[in-house]
Design a protein around this ligand. Structure first.
Ligand SMILES: [Zn+2]
Length: 241
């Protein structure tokens, strides 16, 4: 009974440390920070997609206005040519027609130049928007994957917690309530590291070398005593498991 009680305390401490680790894992899965940073990036990329989509639309509208303007200028040039061909014009009218023609051609040139520029701008914006869309797709896939990883790791942690809690319950019911009380107090005082083992003349946690007399006293009080240095529960003459 005495032998198993020391081993049981070491077991209890192992279970409690694992429980604390699994609970921390369930509350703050390791991939959560990565998910947060991916979501922040995704928000920025989405804003970029929205902005570029708007600019592509504006650019398409500008381009269609410019081609409508070119159409109308060409029509005016054609009409002017038709008039020059079909109507008898005096010098003054011809001079006016030439002037009109030159002015229309100048405006058409300008509209064509602007049209080329607008087409280039549209190409560039479309390419940028497509890149942003592809980046958003990659991010969405990555986010789903990280979310699935997080769900899986939380589920695994919960399964581990319930199995550890079952183990703990069985262990606790086999312990002397006074020993359990001492463990609980030491555990909260030493933040979970309440029980150490004596290896030779070294307690396993504080690792202070005990004087020969202290080792003798520890053996006299075996299997459960208290470390004279750190006041943790000291298990003497037992191996875990
Ligand atoms: Zn100690």
């Amino acid at each position: 009974m005495a032998r198993s009680e020391g081993a049981a305390l070491l077991d209890l401490q192992r279970i409690d440390l694992e429980l604390a680790r699994e609970k921390a894992q369930a509350e703050h899965p390791a991939a959560l920070e990565r998910l947060k940073s991916l979501l922040a990036t995704s928000k920025r990329v989405q804003a970029l997609v929205t902005q570029l989509t708007g600019r592509v639309k504006d650019s398409e509208m500008e381009l269609s206005e410019l081609s409508a303007e070119q159409e109308s200028l060409r029509r005016e040039v054609d009409e002017l040519k038709e008039r020059a061909r079909t109507e008898a014009m005096d010098h003054r009218q011809q001079a006016w027609a030439n002037e009109q023609h030159a002015s229309l051609m100048k405006r058409l040139d300008k509209a064509e130049f602007k049209g080329e520029e607008a087409l280039e701008t549209l190409d560039t914006l479309t390419r940028k928007r497509d890149e942003a869309l592809a980046a958003r797709e990659r991010l969405d896939r990555e986010i789903s994957k990280v979310k699935a990883d997080i769900r899986a790791s939380v589920e695994r942690a919960h399964a581990a917690i319930s199995s550890l809690e079952g183990e703990r319950e069985a262990l606790v019911s086999s312990l002397d309530p006074a020993v359990l009380g001492a463990y609980e107090r030491a555990s909260s005082r030493f933040e979970g590291l309440a029980v150490e083992e004596l290896h030779g003349n070294h307690p396993s946690i504080c690792r202070m070398a005990l004087e020969p007399r202290a080792v003798q006293e520890a053996w006299r009080d075996a299997p459960i005593t208290q470390c004279p240095y750190c006041r943790r529960i000291l298990i003497v003459g037992e191996e875990e498991g």
